[in-house]
Design a binder for this molecule. Sequence first.
Ligand SMILES: NC(=O)c1ccc[n+]([C@@H]2O[C@H](COP(=O)([O-])OP(=O)(O)OC[C@H]3O[C@@H](n4cnc5c(N)ncnc54)[C@H](OP(=O)(O)O)[C@@H]3O)[C@@H](O)[C@H]2O)c1
Length: 330
Amino acid sequence: MDLLNAFVIRQSDSKVTGGFEQLKREELPAGDVLIRVAYSSLNYKDGLAVCLKPGVVRSYPMVPGIDLAGTVVESASPDFTAGQEVVVTGCGTSETIWGGYAQMARMKAEHVVPLPAGMSLKQAMGVGTAGFTAMQSVMALEAHGLKPGGKPVVVTGAAGGVGSVAVAILAKLGYQAVASSGRAEMAGYLKALGAVEVIDRAVLAAASPKPMEAEKFAGAVDSVGGDTLAGVLRMLAAGGSVAACGLAGGPKLATTVFPFILRGVNLLGIDSVRVNNAGRRAVWQRVVADLPLGKLDSMITVQPLSGIQELGARILAGQTRGRVVVDVNA
Ligand SMILES: NC(=O)c1ccc[n+]([C@@H]2O[C@H](COP(=O)([O-])OP(=O)(O)OC[C@H]3O[C@@H](n4cnc5c(N)ncnc54)[C@H](OP(=O)(O)O)[C@@H]3O)[C@@H](O)[C@H]2O)c1
């Protein structure tokens, strides 16, 4: 392959543009592992980057695409060999490191993990950063004492990427997962993933004069933030925790200290980017153990890279369902 098809974002005279280009292999940044990319994926942050919104890309030119999965072409690291299938999820990709919206990528070995056992490249991108974050969120809740058998665990933004994977994992682990969604038509999809109940997202986001409400949830995975997270905090049971991992509904959080000081609830921050290689492998091991592949397959839609800007606009508008895998060779 002499020329690589890539989506490239450039800045010139403070004007940011994005489009397809043919790159030479030598133009890829330095790194120890050269990977022939098969699939990338579409995360909320990818939508921001390809739609040229500020806040994600921090150096130019940039090949966005937070995630990638493919086959090692050559490796200067003893940890990887040519022909091996590997995965990269958010590690600064699309921010300062070139990512997966190109037919090849050159990465530092510390950011690369072997394709998890039993999973295809497409399925690994079905997980991608969104699914990785959902798994991290559940692990954080467990580390703060969550166990099956208690009150339900609520998942916000449930029909999205993080949400869908979180619902499926929680159900597999024996929790009663309550899915909060703004799309009533997703109820069947969410129940098939294992949700015991689907609630309208307005329930959590509604304004309340009370600093706390009835103790409904033992835990929460929140990919929405804003008023939704404030509502979740008011409804967490004593000792419960919320893994706060997203801001699809807004970055501001207006709350009181009462849930923290009267119910001992925990607000756990989740960051999927600054995770070392051993930590990444540990999260993937849990994904393999706790995310049923049949349910993962039901979340996946495969789309061509050629339509990436339209796909980006759709995820920002909350119109995608589950996980979009991007075929970078189409
Ligand atoms: N912390 C991390 O490291 C990390 C990693 C990955 C993602 N994230 C963040 O997690 C969030 C979700 O990412 P994703 O890839 O899962 O995106 P996604 O697929 O678009 O899912 C987001 C979901 O949130 C709901 N939603 C959208 N707009 C909303 C609004 N205005 N108010 C309330 N709910 C809304 C929708 O679910 P319903 O239709 O079901 O309501 C949507 O499907 C994003 O903010 C992303 O940046 C963070």
